[in-house]
Design a protein around this ligand. Structure first.
Ligand SMILES: [Fe+2]
Ligand SMILES: [Fe+2]
Length: 331
């Protein structure tokens, strides 16, 4: 288990989130606060950035969207930022794209944690791309863990567990579906046993359930979905699974927990979620924020594509809390 503020990085040496954010929080009454409770953990959840600086990219507004997202995030009082995969659009171009991406993310004043998505690694020798991301991406999770699945304690009562749904237990990743390997199941079982008295959030790129039934079996390998459900079934302290991949916002129950699928940041209007997690009982309040991006940065074709994702989205704001031993979600 990796400690939250322990990243040995000169790049981040000037950032002291515990001190800086604690003082900022004192001026803002948390919506979930109760007398005697510690302050809720505040997380921004971004997903599907599809970053590419190539002018001919199918997502040409990516760098401008990311710059404005970082600026918006810096205005918020947060303990961490989570990015659940498809950070990059083209796994073949990681070499030139990672430095450009890092240069924008260095402006973020919050610690951030990455999960990997299909677009980050797809192709033959996906294992080499994962190594490249672990070694070069300047997030606070991958490099410290040295592997694409890891966990961090966000405060003494809230644990974030990051999975790698591109793990086929093979060197190659030749499709776009989600997987949950046996080696991750073994690892996750140990982590959850260790976190039995904490609230746990699980981050993974591919949602194990889809808002539309046809998408369900197409997007996650059926046996792996069962394996994930079985691994989580003995751990009612897992409150939510934070996912991406569909580029639309939604929520569905999955076993005892709830899946929150975030809106794709690259889709117009550009959006991300925020979550407040109360460590005393795991109650979560979530909301959606729009990143204002100048009109000139978004092409007409991008608006047309995004229109459909917006029409299919739901669950932009709500709460998840334990009611009589079960997690209940309300909007
Ligand atoms: Fe995506
Ligand atoms: Fe994806």
């Amino acid at each position: 288990m990796k400690r939250f503020f322990a990243r040995p990085s000169a790049r981040r040496a000037s950032i002291q989130p515990g001190t800086e954010l604690a003082s900022a929080r004192a001026s803002c009454e948390p919506a979930l606060a109760r007398p005697g409770d510690p302050a809720p953990v505040r997380i921004a959840h971004l997903t599907d950035l599809h970053f590419s600086s190539a002018p001919e990219s199918r997502y040409p507004s990516g760098p401008e969207v990311l710059r404005h997202a970082v600026s918006r995030l810096n205005d918020l009082d947060l303990d961490a930022v989570l990015v659940t995969g498809d950070l990059f659009d083209d796994a073949e171009s990681l070499g030139p794209e990672i430095p450009v991406f890092n240069s924008i993310m260095r402006e973020l004043r919050h610690p951030w944690f990455a999960a990997l998505g299909n677009h980050d690694v797809e192709g033959e020798h996906a294992d080499r791309r994962k190594l490249q991301l672990i070694e070069s991406l300047e997030d606070w999770g991958l490099a410290q863990a040295g592997q694409p699945f890891y966990d961090v304690r966000l405060n003494p009562g809230v644990r974030l567990v990051v999975l790698d749904t591109t793990d086929t237990e093979d060197a190659h990743y030749l499709c776009w579906r989600g997987f949950f390997s046996q080696r991750q199941a073994d690892w996750l079982g140990r982590v959850l046993a260790d976190a039995s008295d904490e609230v746990v959030l699980v981050a993974l790129h591919h949602p194990p359930v889809a808002p539309y039934p046809l998408m369900d079996s197409l997007k996650f390998a059926a046996a792996d979905k069962k394996r994930l459900a079985a691994t989580l079934s003995a751990h009612p302290n897992v409150a939510a699974l934070l996912c991406g991949h569909f580029h639309l916002a939604g929520w569905q129950p999955f076993g005892l927990a709830h899946v929150l699928t975030g809106p794709g940041l690259i889709e117009f209007p550009h959006q991300f979620r925020t979550l407040e997690v109360r460590s005393s009982d795991g109650a979560i309040r979530f909301d959606t924020h729009i990143v204002p991006v100048p009109e000139r940065a978004v092409r007409g074709t991008e608006r047309i594509r995004s229109y459909f994702f917006g029409r299919l989205s739901g669950g932009r704001a709500g709460r998840i809390e334990m009611v009589e031993g079960l997690w209940a979600a309300t909007s």
